[in-house]
Design a protein around this ligand. Sequence first.
Ligand code: GDP
Ligand code: MN
Length: 384
Amino acid sequence: MKLHEYRSKQIFARYEIPVPRGRVAMTATEARAIAEELGGRAVIKAQVLVGGRGKAGGIRLAQSPEEAEELATQVLGMHIKGLPVRKVLVDQAADIQTEIYLGITNDRATGSPVLIASAEGGIDIEEVARVRPEKIARAWVDPLLGLRNYQARNLAAGMELPRAHWGQFTDIARALYRVYKQTDASLAEINPLVILGGGSMLALDGKIVLDDNALFRHPDLAELRDLDEEAASEREARKYGLSYVKLDGDVGCMVNGAGLAMATMDVIQHLGGRPANFLDVGGGAPAEKVAAALEIILSDRNVRVVLLNIFGGITRCDEVARGILMAIEEVKPQVPMVARLVGTNEEEGRRLLAEAKMITATSLLEGAERAVAAAKGEAIEHSG
Ligand code: GDP
Ligand code: MN
């Protein structure tokens, strides 16, 4: 679960990371009043849960409360990457000298948190990592020891930060590490962390991504979920206990088991297709869950074919097939459906699906080939 910039910075402030003064506004009039409180000059920042707001015109600098009102009107009328802007953060404008990147995430390879810092902050850190990897400094943290001062200083040295800032950088890095650890975040990021004209540091932008599986330990944070901001399909999916992530390809995927779902997506990609989503229907997969999953997949207008990849272990394949048939009856898909069904009673399962004019396959490769061909508009023969 992603937190908005203003929420992330509220949390930073509690951990004594310096952040600009400012508040969130729902209307342009409110934005004007906040700018007045801040002394006139203010930055108007779209609060949407996507990156690159600056480039999209969602971050504007106002010189006066009047201009703040005008710019807030514009920003509140925008869509950024498809999401409507419903709130703006009005922050005191900062006199920026240097923009630094500082982030903490989990490094799966070492199984430990890693701090990432770069003197080339502000913009896409992914781009910096790609074209100038030497500009990125990293420090791995032993979770039992926590982040040590010397590690933060090594980072500061690694990014060639002038010595005068090492003390403050170390304090901020350690505070950010505490945020990361205590909120069970999978990402805590300040981009940019700026050095102001006067020499002090300020977290201008903040991003916290919380681990959904740990939210039960943080009811106060769980409440911050902004339902307006999520894709409607992901909200529906959560209601039915389905793990669904929308992607931007055209092969809809319904799979039982997260690992199998990942493998299915890999095979589609390998064959030159592009998965439209990740979807794990979970174990058992009763008919109503399958129907909900199918409906969610098909609500994505990009989907040109649906590939079902079901392994019937505990649940029998004929039962799964009946579920799928009920779902089809209900949802009436307009795109071809390919099913790879294996496991207990698979022949019976496939027979039922073939009767319903579904394309069936016995191997994942065969199923994926058929689905990718269908997505490309090639005619596919029915088998089974
Ligand atoms: P993002 O594009 O969504 O990451 O939004 P950011 O909050 O990181 O802002 C993007 C850029 O806007 C920053 O890197 C700064 O260059 C600029 N910016 C943000 N706040 C201020 C401010 O208070 N003053 C000035 N001069 N520039 C700002
Ligand atoms: Mn940023």
